[in-house]
Write a protein that binds this ligand. Structure first.
Ligand SMILES: [Zn+2]
Ligand SMILES: [Zn+2]
Length: 246
């Protein structure tokens, strides 16, 4: 399974880099996980968007779905050479207005996923866990059927202990790490220290911290995460275009 980072900032794009988006590939299957601001432009560098097999959204905050509308137009304006006749876009149905927006003519179609159902999608089995966030958001576990490799994406969430079991033994864990260790007050995202703790407790093999802040020193964020995770865990910081193979 290959995971490529197409955007990693939280909230809004910054300095030429967009918000949440990851291309997850196995064999010739292409899954776009989140479709934030700037993600379509970045995707076009690597893959004709008509070659997508599916899109999956963790939640409907704009930094995770801002480019869904323009992706729908891309499909509408290219009726030839599509890999699929209609692009399936998976999302939660807790928010019906946003879910309904995933269907555009016959070009794209919204399909619901559910927390207690495993989604069998091409080469993947996909599981979901509701996170703690101001709107319904779901952490996503993607298991490659042919290898049993596990990729977990925490989506947006504050830290809570229930994440540990869901992230258990991930070959790659991508965490929402939007805050430095010293963040005070209400937190709807994890701090560096909490990401490191989650990595350690869940025995993740590799961790990429993402959903990054636009301020401060990202080296400091990485340092704080590594200090908590310990030296057994390979912790990296998200980089645009970085591809990780597991
Ligand atoms: Zn976000
Ligand atoms: Zn969010």
């Amino acid at each position: 399974m290959k995971i490529r980072i197409l955007g990693y900032y939280g909230g809004y794009p910054y300095d030429g880099v967009g918000t949440s988006g990851y291309l997850v590939q196995s064999g010739n299957f292409n899954l776009l996980l989140d479709c934030g601001s700037g993600v379509l432009l970045e995707l076009e560098k690597y893959l004709d968007p008509l070659q997508l097999d599916a899109v999956l959204l963790s939640h409907y905050h704009h930094d995770h779905k801002a480019d869904v509308g323009v992706l729908e137009y891309y499909w509408q304006l290219h009726s030839e050479n599509r890999k699929e006749n209609t692009l399936p876009i998976y999302g939660n149905i807790d928010d019906k207005i946003n879910f309904d927006g995933l269907t555009w003519n016959d070009d794209t179609k919204g399909i619901p996923y559910h927390e207690n159902d495993t989604l069998n999608l091409g080469p993947f089995l996909i599981e979901f866990m509701k996170t703690q966030h101001p709107v319904s958001a779901y952490a996503v576990k993607i298991i490659e059927k042919s290898t049993n490799k596990i990729f977990v994406f925490t989506a947006d969430t504050k830290y809570f202990d229930g994440l540990i079991n869901f992230c258990k033994n991930a070959d790659l864990l991508i965490t929402d790490t939007n805050f430095y260790k010293n963040k005070q007050g209400t937190k709807w995202h994890m701090t560096s220290e909490e990401s490191g703790y989650l990595a350690k407790q869940s025995n993740a093999k590799n961790v990429i911290i993402s959903h990054l802040p636009q301020y401060g020193s990202l080296n400091q964020l990485l340092y704080e995460t590594r200090a908590e995770a310990g030296s057994n865990i390979n912790v990296k910081i998200a980089k645009l275009g970085l591809q990780f193979n597991i």
